[in-house]
Design a protein around this ligand. Sequence first.
Ligand code: MTE
Ligand code: MO
Length: 353
Amino acid sequence: MVVHDREPFNAESPRAALRDRETPLDAFYSRNHGPIPRIDPASWRLAVDGLVERPLALSLDELRARFPETEVVATLQCAGNRRAGLIEVRDIPGEDPWGPGATSTARWTGVRLADVLAAAGLRAGAGHVAFAAPDVSQLAHPPQPYGGSIPVAKAVGPEVLLAWAMDGRPLPRVHGGPLRAVVPGWIGARSVKWLERITAQADPSANYFQATAYRVLPPEADPSAAGPGDGISLGPVALNCDILSPEADTRLPPGPTLITGYALAGDDRAVARVDVSLDNGATWTQAELDPQNGPWTWQHWRTRLDLPEGTVLITARAWDSTGAAQPESPAHLWNPKGYANNSWARLRLACRP
Ligand code: MTE
Ligand code: MO
């Protein structure tokens, strides 16, 4: 792992681990805003309340007994993925320089949030489903508990899970055990770990991590002065891609070389095409897409290009199923908290015989 902080623990997957269709459990990235809470599974209950007909309080056994078990293979991606590319444009004090590894894919097992909401019975006026967790970020001023919300329209999708297992193993504590939300296609921040409370409500969550953080502020804003509702709230993850091989900053002989990478499209969009360029986007070659591993995962791609001798800049960009493409430059995307850098992927190499 590429460790950014020990406490709270933040680490990204090494590039090599991103080449697998599903990320090995011990290489899955880890993004924590506070210390990992210690939860006693025996006394733990999931509360479902707010604008519902029948509030629920469920133990893990009750949750498993009452609702059909479902599996979804899904990629999570942090909104801070590839922040390092924004920091190269202009410094972002206080935020970690994540590379392309704040993303990973796992097979999640749990129950559909939709089924739990149906059992509770959503009442008229419920527009959002809020998630609350017990961990507290000491980096926010004042310290803030973690939470977030998604609109009801997303929450009732069959892909949104309350998961207790990852790759067939009990959900590791670091990834939210005993229970977490998994919201495929949305920024990782909405997949709330150590889930304790689900609240149906009219408006988005007032939690700091929904109302104030994970928002794109205008370039001139002072992020330490930002308050609830400032900036643009992030939901569906941005169309993105990166180059996974060859290794960055390596020396290779010139000649035909395999270039591979991942791409990910937000929400219910799919990756439709990935292009690779050796001349900074003047001309492009279409990469081959690997077979899809389900509708909610990243898309690996590959192509073989004849690399010339000298310094080579490899550029990649993805298109999604609506015809949208990634923007060219991180300079135009720079924002004070460093979110959603989905500019063209670039990798520099020295090719010498
Ligand atoms: N849930 C809680 N309770 N606390 C957190 O700090 N981090 C969020 C989300 N859920 C977080 C959380 C963020 S920002 C991301 S990107 C994902 O969890 C990361 O999930 P992972 O650590 O399992 O990779
Ligand atoms: Mo995140």
